[in-house]
Ligand binder design. Structure first.
Ligand code: ZN
Length: 145
């Protein structure tokens, strides 16, 4: 069962981010990488926001990261969320993609247990047949280390 209820809007890929969403549907987290300054960036764009190079490609990253910050949603910002329990929206700093942060959710942590700095790892949440969103689960092994 998906973290958020059916009926939530789904990603509408653009020319710039189609490869990102296609990667997700193959359970691969791919992030834009600049061959000019050798740094990752997100959201995807045809040129690097730091050095303006158009020599950019996609690199697969691990999907491990930490909760940079988060909020707990109690209000139904979309009609499909009416009656849904509080949910988190987390900003996850990826371990191996420079300062790239993804807006996502941590699916297995209750609102009162969310913590900044919590290690997390990717969880491919199938929101409809063959459509996966990059969400996260608490990385228990890393937390104990
Ligand atoms: Zn660059």
């Amino acid at each position: 069962m998906a973290y958020l209820p059916a009926g939530m809007p789904t990603p509408q890929a653009s020319q710039d981010d189609a490869a990102f969403w296609d990667g997700c549907n193959h359970k691969k987290l791919v992030i834009r990488h600049c061959n000019g300054c050798q740094r990752f960036f997100h959201p995807p764009a045809p040129a690097c926001p730091r050095c303006a190079s158009t020599k950019v490609d996609w690199k697969e990253v691990s999907g491990n990261g930490t909760v940079f910050t988060y909020t707990i949603g109690h209000h139904a910002v979309h009609s499909s969320l009416k009656g849904h329990k509080p949910y988190n929206v987390a900003i996850v700093l990826l371990d191996d993609a420079d300062d790239v942060r993804l807006v996502s959710n941590v699916v297995d942590v209750e609102a009162h247990d969310m913590k900044i700095g919590m290690p997390v790892s990717i969880f491919w949440d199938e929101i409809s047949e063959g459509v996966y969103l990059p969400r996260f689960k608490k990385n228990i092994a890393k937390e104990a280390a």
